[in-house]
Write a protein that binds this ligand. Sequence first.
Ligand code: GAL
Length: 433
Amino acid sequence: MILALRYFIQKIRLLLIFMRLQHSIMTKSMLLVVAILLFQSLHGEGSGEIAKTPPMGWNSWNCFRANINESKIREMANAMVNSGMKEAGYQYVIIDDGWATKQRDSTGHIIADATKFPHGIKALADYIHSKGLKFGIYSSPGCYTCQKLMGSIGHEQMDANDYASWGVDYLKYDWCNFPSIEKEALKTPIPECRAAFELMGNCLKKTGRPIVYSVNDECDKGTNDGALPWVKRIANMHRTGDDIKNNWDRMLYCLDLTADLWEYAAPGYWNDPDMLEVGNDSKEALWNHISPLTMTLQEYKTHFIMWCMVAAPLIAGNDLRSMKPEIREILTNKALIAIDQDPLGKQGRRVRKKDELEVWMKELSGGSVAVALFNRSSNPVSMTVHWKELGIHGTRTVSDLWMHTKLGNYKNSFTAVQIKSHEARILLLSPLK
Ligand code: GAL
């Protein structure tokens, strides 16, 4: 990245010298166009260096809340390897809120709660790296995190440097208590809020370590759309709504808030509808539940399918140590993960919505299209998708990605039958070979 930047600056210098030598306006404007194109290509290259596809991993919050410690996290890293999650593409093991103390040490450094992490964070990161995985951590731009533990205000560069020296590969930066607990109730003006998130982004960059920057910024709450051109420049992923819960309606709320933001997703930046609740039956997670308590197995499948359709970061939130086979089958479904991780990096979008029946499409590399026929109603239905509404034509090979079966070649449309209540039937439409 630094080399690319130096190379770019060198090129611009040469171009400017060359431009000074040229007198014709025509030549100058042509050179300017070349310079802009050069800048754009280098910028794209740089921003895509990390999170080229949506980050995949596991985070402690959904299943443990703040009740974390180093042995739980080590066990989770082991389980990520042993369960086949690592092989399926999950990489980051992320500790959420609950790891830090209420005060910094006497030299101002942020420190881990020694009763929970007696060997310190670096030792934990080393362990996770030794498993071939990556390590993520959590902080807030305010005085305190949401759990009232130390936040980064006034110590951003010091914290970023410490994170880099510990081997952190991912930071979740979460809006809480800014600038202080007393003032939380007052709405922070958007420019100040944005500046706080930009600051940490720049501090992370200055460390020189590639660290995925995941933000829950809330600067422009309720105006997600307006915030995106800004947030896309500073972060690799951005939470689109309030916290997910293990509940069908709440999952749909997170999905719907993400749906219309499809144009912004691209390699290097992803809209984040929040972490997965698939298979999360932990007691800790039920502290602020809403009824009904959990999603059904069918709803978990749909939740995962729709997260793949919107190219969401796939951050599991269940206890991997006791994962049931049917949950593992969902989370490690390679065909679905390939849709999420498709290198083209397009977020899927809703192309039809009628009552509670929806058609979603996601363009993929190689000319294929993933289609989800989404039945949000409480009855089974048949649904027909027309090539026209997807902007494609001719004959396509249709496969059912959940069943791993080729259904045949179809011209102009395809009808799926018996789509169950709360099911999203996921199809792949590929060009004929
Ligand atoms: C919330 C955030 C959650 C979790 C929690 C920790 O603001 O949305 O995902 O990080 O804070 O206190």
